[in-house]
Design a protein around this ligand. Sequence first.
Ligand code: ADP
Length: 218
Amino acid sequence: MSQLSGGEIVELSKRQQHIIEIVKEDGPITGEQIAERLNLTRATLRPDLAILTMAGFLDARPRVGYFYTGKTGNELLTETIKKYKVQDYQSRPIVVEESTSVYDAISTMFLEDVGTLFVVDHHSCLTGVLSRKDLLRASLGKQDLAAIPVHIIMTRMPNITVCRRSDLLIEVAKQLIDKQIDGIPVVKDTTQGLEVTGRITKTTITKVFVELVMDDQV
Ligand code: ADP
């Protein structure tokens, strides 16, 4: 049996699983009583009880004892993921100005190794988004790419999905799916508009998904 706790997976020992069974059946029950049932001392049991409480299996109330929270592994996993905030996972945004040419935007995309560029005005405020396909589409004709500014082809405000640093990562992940886009800018409200301060992409979410498991294995 394994359980998520603060982003880490805790493998439960046989003894810990036994403790959960006892508390499930007879809780609320004191640490002393659990120790008696297992023929162990209270001191030996203390680390196990601490782990089970931290992982969310058990709850402890003073003078009452331990009781089973009744939460499934999935519920505890959901609780963990719902603590993840944009501010803890956002990466550096790559921005270009509205007057940048399509040619230079393509170069920037390669040089910075990103799939989405954000377009800003001279106050560094968000005005547009450029995806790989936006730039590919603009490259299909015979136009001079160095002569077309990106503001002609970008997806523009107010049709841009944004998020803020205090948003929940899971909500942003849902937006990426619902809107069928690869990246969302993290913005800060200013008097001039929305200042771009970060980005959340499908890669961000994939990394979090992998780290959730790998953290426990290193
Ligand atoms: P691609 O077009 O390369 O598949 P996306 O799926 O990210 O990449 O983009 C699809 C379309 O949605 C593009 O026209 C792009 O400009 C637009 N787009 C990308 N990100 C956003 C966003 N955060 N808000 C609104 N539109 C976006």
